[in-house]
Write a protein that binds this ligand. Structure first.
Ligand code: FE
Length: 388
């Protein structure tokens, strides 16, 4: 039997436009119609979800997240990632990339295998779209919260093994282009259609530009763990800010970035190129206290995550709060903030044919929120996975 659902009476943010008193209709896993109630042919028999006084938007897509609600991607188990999937769904995320930290070859292989298993079995929450390998091929000087023991230059032999085990599940590799061997790695990733992302890098402007020419298309948590901007040596940050080829991640937790730096990023890149990410660790959704990021100890006070050295170590941010903070700190309207949490990440990892907006033919990944971006309902591929 056909299973049709109509969400009505809400304000739809597609996010290309806003439709007052709109409807979203989906059948099984796919959206079949979006528009004003008066313009859309209503099905005779359908389940109805009332979105009066609410906003209906595409589900959020988080392409950089290490953990949440006490679970860490580096636990490398189906259960840990499934729990994380449920947690992020309760904050409006419908798809995400479990993100690794620099680790031993064995641990990275296990992590990639675990994510693959989760993709095959599916989750009870948000959909896993693949892995974001953050490191280990980064610059030791800009490692941030990555364990120095595991930061290393790329070995093509290791990369080959990871890619083989991953079998097309690696979506992003964040690397430092100035590290020996990175050129080959970038070329290989570009050839395979994997997003080569620059981050944790002390690259000069010229080194970053060479990397862009070789196929880099994305930058991890812009400003954080990047060589600072200097007007005579604009560095990697200068390259990231002015070159339109790159999409750029922003962690809008008001801790990793001063609001002025957030505004500067959005102004220079434009609202189509900025991707909101949480960079959350297992402490997200948990009380202050002691946690782990990979093998490292992290202390969380007032929601701020730090290593013993004082270095920031990810965040406790969730995507709903990311949207809220962006509106407040950058001063964008709701629709713009939603765009940076939905279609922009979908474009960055080339899943925008299926995800990132409310359009007929796309996956029914939908979130219903109020004006304060509190999440009421989260729908993943037509299935309600979270409800207040
Ligand atoms: Fe990082």
């Amino acid at each position: 039997m056909r299973k049709i659902t109509v969400i009505k009476n809400g304000t739809i943010i597609t996010p290309f436009k806003t439709i007052k008193n709109g409807v979203v209709i989906f059948e099984d896993k796919k959206i079949t119609a979006v528009g004003k109630e008066s313009d859309v042919k209503m099905p005779k028999e359908a389940k109805a979800i009332d979105a009066s006084d609410k906003t209906v938007a595409p589900g959020f897509i988080d392409i950089h997240i290490h953990g949440g609600r006490g679970r860490d991607v580096m636990e490398v188990s189906y259960e840990a990632i499934n729990e994380l999937a449920k947690f992020v769904a309760s904050h409006g995320t419908t798809a995400f990339l479990p993100t690794t930290v620099s680790a031993s070859r064995g641990d990275l292989l296990r992590a990639v295998r675990a994510v693959k298993t989760v993709m095959e079995r599916g989750t009870e929450g948000a959909e896993v779209l693949g892995v974001h390998l953050e490191g280990p091929y980064i610059n030791l000087e800009k490692r941030g919260a990555h364990d120095a023991e595991y930061v290393r230059p790329p070995s093509l032999d290791e990369v080959d093994e990871l890619l083989e085990v991953a079998n097309r599940t690696i979506k992003i590799v964040t690397l430092a282009p100035e590290v020996n061997g990175s050129e080959e790695l970038i070329k290989q990733l570009a050839k395979l259609g994997i997003v080569a992302s620059i981050g944790h890098s002390n690259a000069t402007y010229q080194e970053a530009m060479n990397a862009i020419e070789l196929g880099v298309t994305h930058a991890a948590h812009t400003f954080n763990e990047m060589r600072s901007f200097h007007h005579r040596e604009p560095g990697i940050l200068g390259a990231v800010l002015v070159h339109d080829e790159l999409t750029t991640e922003l962690i809008p937790d008001n801790i990793h970035m001063h609001p002025v730096a957030m505004k500067l990023l959005v102004k220079t890149k434009g609202t189509n190129k900025v991707v909101l990410v949480t960079d959350a660790i297992q402490a997200a959704g948990m009380p202050n206290g002691k946690y782990k990021l990979g093998k490292q100890n992290v202390t969380v006070e007032k929601g701020v995550c730090r290593l013993e050295s004082g270095e920031l170590a990810g965040s406790t941010l969730t995507m709903d709060e990311a949207v809220r903070n962006t509106m407040k700190s950058v001063g964008t309207p709701l629709r713009t903030a939603i765009k940076m949490a939905t279609i922009n990440p979908a474009v960055a990892i080339s899943v925008d044919k299926k995800k990132g907006s409310l359009e007929p033919g796309k996956d029914a990944d939908i979130v219903i929120i109020d004006g304060e971006v509190n999440v009421y309902v989260t729908i993943v591929k037509g299935k309600v996975v979270y409800k207040v």
